[in-house]
Design a protein around this ligand. Structure first.
Ligand SMILES: CC(=O)N[C@H]1[C@@H](OP(=O)(O)OP(=O)(O)OC[C@H]2O[C@@H](n3ccc(=O)[nH]c3=O)[C@H](O)[C@@H]2O)O[C@H](CO)[C@@H](O)[C@@H]1O
Ligand SMILES: C=C(OP(=O)(O)O)C(=O)O
Length: 508
C-alpha cells in the first residue's frame, strides 16, 4: 500500500472510531493491540494487512473499511531467489500451552514475544469469554494474562474453542478450579482421527472423569483421588504430556510422569512451571518428576522459545528456491536430525556458534543456506517423538525430496490422513505417489509450474504447497489460507522481505 493510501485509510479509521465515541485505547483493546499501534494506523504510518483491515472494519462496524469476512487467499509469483536474513518467531505450540498453563496461576503471567497467530487469537477469545483479562502490551507480542477469581465457563466462546486442538489442554488446569465443567470437542488440523483417549487415561489418576456427548466433554472431578503411583502415558504425545504436567503442578506432593514427551513445547512449559515455583526434574527426558504446589499466586514473566517448525519451513523455502539466506534464532537442539538428514542429502549450509534464547535455556543458532543440488536419501524418512525427526517437520521433506534427484520414500506413520495432502504437489508438477494412507514415494527433481490450488485443511501440508509455489515458474494462487495463519505470523509479508512475491487478497 502507498503512504497516500495508508493515510487516507488512517483518516477513515479515525473518523469511524470517533463516530463510535471510542478512544484509541478502547479500539486497541478490541483489536488486541496497543494504543500506540492504533495511533500509527490512524496517522498512516503503519502497514496494514487485509486481515487487520477486516478486523478493524468489524470492530468499528464500519462499511468504509469492511472488506467482508470471506476467506483470505495468496497469489504467489514464483521462481524467485530469496536473499537476506529472517528471525524465527516463538512457537505456536509453546504459545498455546502457556496460555492454558496461565490458568494454573492466580497471579499475572506476562509472556514475551508471543507469535500473533490465529491459533493464539482463538485461545484468547476463549480465555476472554470466560473472564480472563488478556492485553497485548506492545507490537513485539508481549502479552499479559490476568485470570479472574472465578472462571465463567458457561460463557465460553465455543465456536472459537472448536477451531483449536489446544482447548483440550484446559482439562489439566481447570480440574483444579471446578468440580464439574464442560468443554467443546477439540478441533485443529484435519489429519484424520486424533485420539483424546490418552488425555483421559493420564488425567484419571487426578480424579477427572470425562463423558463425551453431543460435541462436548462433560468433566467431573473427584477431589478424593490423587496419583498414588507414576502416571504412565500410553503414548508419548506432546499435549497429553502437557495436560499431565499441568494437572500435577497443583497437586501438593510429587508426581512422576513416565513416557513423557520431551519436545520443545513441553520443555517451555516446564520452564514456565519452574517460575511458578513448581520444580520439574528430568526436563528433556521421558521421566518428569513434578513437585506440585496446591496454590500458585505469583506474577511471572516468561519468553517462550523459537519455533523449530517455522525454522524448518524457512529452511525448506531456501532449499527449494535455491537461495542463500540466513535463518536467525533457529532452536538447533530441535532440528539436529533434520539438519543431519539434509547434510546427508547434500545441503551446503553453515551454522553460527550457539547462543541462548531469552528463556536462558534453549540453544539457538543462525543457519545460512547455500544453493545446493540435493539427492534422495538412501533410507526412508520417518518421524519419531523428540529427539527424532519432528512429526510436524516431516511434510517439508516431501517438497525437498521433490526438488532432489532420485526417489524418496516418506512414511508418515503418525497421522491417518496427512500424507494424502502431499499429493497436491502434483498439481504444481510434482511426482508424488500415494502408496497407502501413510506412505508417499516422491520422485525428483521437479520442474515446478504455477497452479491454482485450494489450501489443504492441515497447517504443514498447506505451507509445503505454498513453498512449492514459491519455486514454481509463473503465478500460483493458494485459496483459503486461514489454516496457515493458524500457525504462522505474517508469513507472506516476512517471506516478501526476503524477496518473495506473495500477495494477500480476498474475494470482495
Ligand atoms: C498444540 C500442539 O502442541 N500440537 C502438537 C501436538 O499435538 P497433540 O499432542 O495433540 O498430538 P496428537 O495427540 O494428535 O498425537 C499425534 C499423533 O501421534 C500419535 N502418537 C503420538 C505419540 C506416540 O507416542 N504415539 C502415537 O501414536 C497419536 O495417536 C496421534 O495420532 O503434537 C503433535 C505431534 O508431535 C504435533 O503434530 C502437534 O503440532
Ligand atoms: C498438527 C499441528 O497442530 P495442531 O495440533 O494445533 O492441530 C501442527 O502444528 O502441525
Amino acid at each position: 500500500m502507498t503512504d497516500d493510501y495508508l493515510s487516507r485509510i488512517g483518516n477513515l479509521i479515525r473518523d469511524a472510531r470517533k463516530h463510535r465515541g471510542w478512544t484509541q485505547s478502547q479500539l486497541a483493546e478490541v483489536l488486541n493491540t496497543s494504543q500506540s499501534a492504533v495511533n500509527r494506523i490512524e496517522k498512516g504510518h503503519q502497514n496494514l494487512t487485509l486481515e487487520m483491515l477486516a478486523r478493524i472494519g468489524e470492530a468499528l462496524d464500519s462499511e468504509i473499511v469492511s472488506l467482508g469476512g470471506g476467506p483470505v487467499h495468496l497469489r504467489v509469483v514464483g521462481g524467485l531467489r530469496l536473499s537476506g536474513s529472517i528471525d524465527v518467531k516463538s512457537s505456536k505450540n509453546a504459545g498455546v500451552a502457556l496460555l492454558c498453563a496461565s490458568l494454573l496461576n492466580k497471579g499475572r503471567t506476562t509472556l514475551r514475544k508471543v507469535a500473533r497467530i490465529e491459533e493464539v487469537n482463538r485461545l484468547l477469545e476463549v480465555l476472554n469469554s470466560i473472564g480472563v483479562k488478556t492485553t497485548w502490551l506492545n507490537d513485539a507480542g508481549d502479552l499479559e494474562i490476568v485470570p479472574p477469581a472465578h472462571l465463567d465457563l458457561g460463557a465460553m466462546d465455543a465456536a472459537a474453542a472448536r477451531r483449536t486442538r489446544s482447548i483440550i489442554m484446559f482439562l489439566g488446569p481447570i480440574l483444579h478450579r471446578e468440580d464439574t465443567f464442560q468443554l467443546p470437542y477439540a478441533g485443529g488440523c484435519d489429519l484424520g482421527t486424533r485420539t483424546v483417549e490418552p488425555h483421559m487415561t493420564a488425567l484419571r489418576p487426578f480424579g477427572l472423569e470425562v463423558k463425551a456427548t453431543a460435541g462436548e466433554y462433560h468433566a467431573i472431578v473427584n477431589r478424593a483421588v490423587t496419583p498414588t503411583k507414576p502416571i504412565v502415558l500410553t503414548e508419548r504425545g506432546d499435549t497429553v504430556t502437557e495436560n499431565a504436567l499441568m494437572a500435577a503442578a497443583r497437586v501438593d506432593g510429587v508426581t512422576v510422569i513416565r513416557n513423557a514427551s520431551s519436545n520443545y513445547m513441553v520443555q517451555d512449559l516446564c520452564f514456565y512451571l519452574e517460575l511458578l515455583g513448581v520444580k520439574v526434574d528430568g526436563v528433556g527426558s521421558t521421566t518428569l518428576t513434578v513437585h506440585g504446589k496446591a496454590e500458585i499466586d505469583v506474577d511471572v514473566d516468561y519468553a517462550p522459545s523459537e519455533d523449530p517448525i517455522e525454522a524448518m519451513s524457512l529452511l525448506t523455502a531456501a532449499i527449494v528456491t535455491g537461495s542463500e539466506i540466513t535463518i536467525r534464532r533457529a532452536p538447533v537442539e530441535f532440528l539436529e536430525i533434520e539438519l543431519a538428514l539434509l547434510e546427508e542429502m547434500g545441503l551446503d549450509y553453515s551454522r553460527s556458534d550457539e547462543y541462548l534464547a531469552e528463556n536462558g535455556r534453549t540453544r539457538l543458532v543462525d543457519l545460512t543456506t547455500r544453493p545446493s543440488q540435493l539427492h534422495a536419501p538412501i533410507d526412508k524418512i520417518h518421524p519419531m517423538p523428540f529427539p527424532g525427526l519432528n512429526i510436524d517437520n516431516l511434510p517439508f521433506f516431501a517438497v525437498i525430496a521433490a526438488s532432489a534427484t532420485g526417489q524418496t520414500l516418506i512414511h508418515d506413520w503418525v497421522y491417518e490422513n496427512r500424507a494424502i495432502y502431499l499429493t497436491d504437489l502434483n498439481k504444481l508438477g510434482g511426482r508424488v505417489k500415494l502408496l497407502d494412507p501413510h506412505r508417499v514415494m516422491v520422485e525428483g527433481p521437479t520442474h515446478w509450474s504455477g497452479a491454482e490450488i485450494m489450501c489443504p485443511p492441515a497447517l504443514r501440508p498447506a505451507v509445503v504447497t505454498l513453498i512449492a509455489m514459491m519455486a514454481a515458474k509463473g503465478t500460483s494462487v493458494l485459496r483459503s489460507v486461514y489454516v496457515i495463519n493458524r500457525g504462522y505470523e505474517d508469513l507472506a509479508t516476512r517471506l516478501n522481505s526476503l524477496g518473495a512475491q506473495i500477495e494477500t487478497f480476498r474475494d470482495i
